[in-house]
Design a protein around this ligand. Structure first.
Ligand code: AMP
Ligand code: MN
Ligand code: MN
Length: 316
């Protein structure tokens, strides 16, 4: 039995010819994997598909098939607009401004605002690619090798290599299915997660050199100057937050990344029992209980003080 919303999604793609797929700014492996995975499936069905990421595809995902067909803005008129892995509409940046409203929202964030006409939101999914995999099975969409590689990348990156507490036996079964279709787990893991540029590691060094710790709370910041010194080209934290989360006896860790637009990107990670999505939501962001983020207006010092103050509250 196919659920009603999945059937409706199937009807929508059957009726559409020109389809626009979009995911979030500062895209991660699940954003890219969901976009490419679903995009390639729809292309296999003979649809004209446009893939859009306002920030483009990060270098670490350039090996995935279709990465070179992702644009930073839409072009033209579409029959169907699908947003993947984005908890609210602001997460996609300003790419949709004159191109219409999202028809479908496929996501796994508990903080999802149900912003589209059809909302396929499954909080239990470890990654949005898991929902796309389920859609493919239910609607008999093709999963060839490039699609399997895109989906496995999203599964690996959002589960941190099957380490997050929401990773289940089913997560591993899906990974195994994708490996059966030829996806190479070790290569995908190394390319998307393990390998770092020397610049990224130098950038970590800047952040690690001024780490602060207080009763189970660990935090640090990365300034624009740090980015320049390290010669790091990204606007993100190069995944430093997941390094901090490995420090023993850490309940919550936070990384502040100074941006050029007068905002600060904040990333939280927590041990089970501490809900950081709730704090991120207070600051206009969102995410999952153990991993959340927000972009906050203001200078680094003030944002850091306010966020640490709010984060302390959930630790006491
Ligand atoms: P990050 O710290 O950017 O790796 O994000 C951790 C989690 O929070 C991911 O699931 C993101 O999708 C989500 N997230 C990050 N930034 C935001 C934001 N500004 N608004 C809503 N959700 C966010
Ligand atoms: Mn994501
Ligand atoms: Mn995700």
């Amino acid at each position: 039995m196919i659920s009603e919303d999945i059937q409706e999604f199937g009807d929508l793609i059957n009726r559409a010819q020109r389809i626009l797929l979009i995911s979030h700014i500062r895209p991660d492996g699940d954003a890219v994997g969901s976009l490419l995975g679903l995009g390639l499936m729809l292309e296999e069905l003979g649809k004209e598909v446009n893939l859009v990421l306002e920030d483009g595809v990060p270098l670490v995902f350039h090996h995935l098939t279709g990465a070179d067909k992702v644009y930073q803005e839409p072009a033209g008129v579409y029959d169907l607009i699908v947003v993947v892995d984005s908890s609210d509409i602001d997460r996609i940046g300003s790419v949709l401004d004159e191109h219409g409203e999202p028809d479908v929202n496929i996501d796994h964030h508990p903080t999802n605002t149900q912003f589209a006409k059809l909302n396929l939101v499954r909080e239990s999914a470890v990654a949005t690619v898991e929902i796309i995999y389920d859609l493919a099975l239910a609607l008999s969409l093709p999963i060839n090798l490039p699609i399997a590689e895109a989906l496995l990348t999203g599964l690996l990156t959002d589960s941190l290599g099957f380490r997050t507490s929401n990773s289940t036996a089913r997560t591993l079964r899906i990974a195994a299915e994708l490996m059966d279709r030829g996806a190479n787990l070790q290569v995908l893991y190394r390319k998307a997660m393990l390998e770092k540029s020397l610049a990224a590691v130098r950038y970590w060094g800047q952040g690690l050199s001024r780490i602060q710790s207080e009763d189970g709370l660990i935090w640090t910041s990365l300034t624009l100057k740090d980015r320049e010194i390290a010669d790091y080209s990204g606007r993100d934290d190069a995944d430093l937050v997941n390094i901090l989360s490995r420090i023993k006896d850490t309940a919550v860790c936070v990384v502040f990344v100074e941006q050029t637009d007068g905002k600060v990107k904040v990333s939280w990670r927590s041990r089970p029992g501490y809900d950081v999505a709730e704090i991120a939501t207070q600051f206009g962001g969102g995410g999952h209980k153990p991993a959340a983020g927000a972009e906050i207006k203001g200078d680094l010092k003030r944002v850091q003080e306010e966020v640490i103050e709010a984060t302390r509250k959930i630790l006491t």
